[in-house]
Design a protein around this ligand. Structure first.
Ligand code: DLL
Length: 443
């Protein structure tokens, strides 16, 4: 039996219109009821939460309004590491269906566990995302997020199953095979990181295949920060509408929030997640519209519920109605992570600010690397940028003038001197998953 979809007002569809268009007041009522349940679930079952609730002198019954969430303790990545691998579980092992994990490249890995129902809810969230992107039952999704411990591959896969579309479980890498499948099976949708989407676009271009010969209509790209300038390049290169998707392992993976075809921020699945923007220093909740760190409470998860998990991602919450007709609040593209912010000679620099400048210069390819070092006690920042074939063929003097121009554009935005190093076409390593943009040698 194929899933019945209802059109939204932006060209996509609602998977569950009765939930996705619920008036904000009713969403808040639902969230309060589920927040009370979540607090009541973790307090007796997770020793870490019993201890941290007790330390603050708060009991689950103290939650009488959504604002009372501020009385509850926050949870951080180090908390999860200390309780690795099993101590955050809130159900017996017999009820757990699977675990996924972070890569652990920056420390001990953190795991997330799912009951059968948690997995169904996960598919519901990503399935809504595919529907809002306009994918229909019977159409084909090429899923090029990594399968395995990373949540990207399985997360989108469960969404495709929920929606009833056809999934090609490509996983990441093996670009030749990706291209072959895309040309042969003609998927309408592609899911992968934005940096990998750009790489695919580049390979198509090198093989003389134009965007109009590619069957893609829509791309669902996330798992790393990317700018709207980068979005424009992906759209032009692949001939698709590129949408953003956000999530993190600790919250169960992709699908915490997803963009609709109105492309004005990502709708938070508010029936599953309660979002707050916190001041990263005082940890006080900030009003809607202000930039801060987004924290989430899982409202329905059984195996490993988390209360006020501090993501470190910096963004704003948008509550104005969206053109698509969804009532779920949206979050803006994260501008970066509070722990990714580079402090160069006292000046705060986000990699996304550098990306915005670089991608706006047509002669530069959208592949770059930021290298930070300390020389004679002074921070220095180099930005390696890859130039296109045309500019690479120019004279030394022209290249020098070009380099100065890039440098001064960066100075205009960042207010610090950046050393720009021009690199040959195709010399910067392409990513197959998440791109590593910053090498900080000071650490
Ligand atoms: O990246 C889950 C995911 C898979 C999301 C596929 C979207 C698509 P982690 O590996 O745990 O999980 O990394 C989570 O990645 O805290 C953000 O810093 C960053 N991130 C994820 N999505 C976005 C996005 C997956 N759309 C961390 N924009 C998060 C910016 C993102 N940053």
């Amino acid at each position: 039996m194929s899933t019945q979809l209802t059109p939204d007002k932006a060209g996509g569809s609602f998977l569950q219109p009765e939930i996705e268009t619920l008036p904000q007041e009713q969403i808040r009522e639902l969230q309060l009821a589920r927040l009370k349940e979540a607090a009541a679930r973790v307090y007796p079952k997770v020793p870490f939460y019993r201890k941290s609730f007790d330390e603050l002198g708060v009991k689950p019954e103290d939650i009488q309004s959504l604002e009372d969430v501020a009385k509850l303790p926050t949870t951080t990545k180090p908390d999860l590491r200390e309780n690795y691998p099993f101590d955050m579980f809130a159900v017996p092992f017999e009820q757990i269906e699977r675990v996924q994990s972070t890569s652990g490249t920056t420390g001990a890995p953190t795991t997330v566990a799912y009951t059968h129902e948690d997995v169904q809810f996960w598919g519901e969230c990503t399935g809504r995302g595919l529907a809002m992107a306009g994918v229909k039952p019977g159409e084909i999704l090429q899923n090029s997020y990594g399968y395995g411990l990373f949540t990207g591959g399985p997360g989108l896969d469960y969404g495709a199953v929920r929606l009833g579309c056809i999934v090609i479980p490509m996983s990441g890498g093996n670009t030749d095979r990706q291209i072959r499948m895309m040309m042969d099976l003609k998927p309408v949708a592609l899911s992968c990181t934005p940096s990998y989407a750009l790489h695919l676009a580049e390979v198509f271009r090198d093989r003389g295949i134009g965007p109009d010969e590619i069957s893609l209509r829509v791309g669902i790209h996330g798992a790393e920060p990317w700018t709207n300038e980068m979005r424009a390049q992906v759209e032009a290169g692949l001939g698709e509408t590129a949408l953003d998707i956000y999530g993190l392992t600790e919250m169960g993976g992709p699908g915490v929030s997803i963009e609709c075809l109105a492309q004005g921020g990502m709708h938070i699945n508010e029936d599953h997640y309660y979002a707050e923007i916190l001041d990263p220093v005082t940890l006080q909740p900030l009003p809607d519209g202000e930039l801060g760190e987004i924290a989430f409470t899982t409202l329905r998860r059984q195996a490993q519920p988390l209360i006020r998990y501090r993501t470190r991602d910096l963004c704003t919450i948008i509550r104005e109605p969206c053109a698509c007709g969804r009532t779920f609040a949206r979050m803006s593209k994260p501008i970066g992570r509070s722990d990714d912010m580079l402090i160069i000679r006292g000046v705060n620099v986000f990699p996304s600010q550098i990306e915005e400048v670089l991608v706006s210069i047509p002669q530069i390819e959208p592949h770059y690397q930021i290298v930070v070092d300390r020389v004679n006690y002074l921070d220095v920042i180099e930005v390696w940028v890859e130039v296109g074939e045309a500019i690479f063929a120019e004279t030394m003097g022209d290249l020098e003038r070009f380099q100065k121009m890039v440098q001064s554009k960066l100075y205009g935005v960042l207010n610090i001197k950046v050393d720009v190093k021009l690199k040959e076409p195709k010399s910067i390593r392409r990513s197959e998953g998440k791109a590593v943009r910053v090498i900080d040698k000071r650490k």
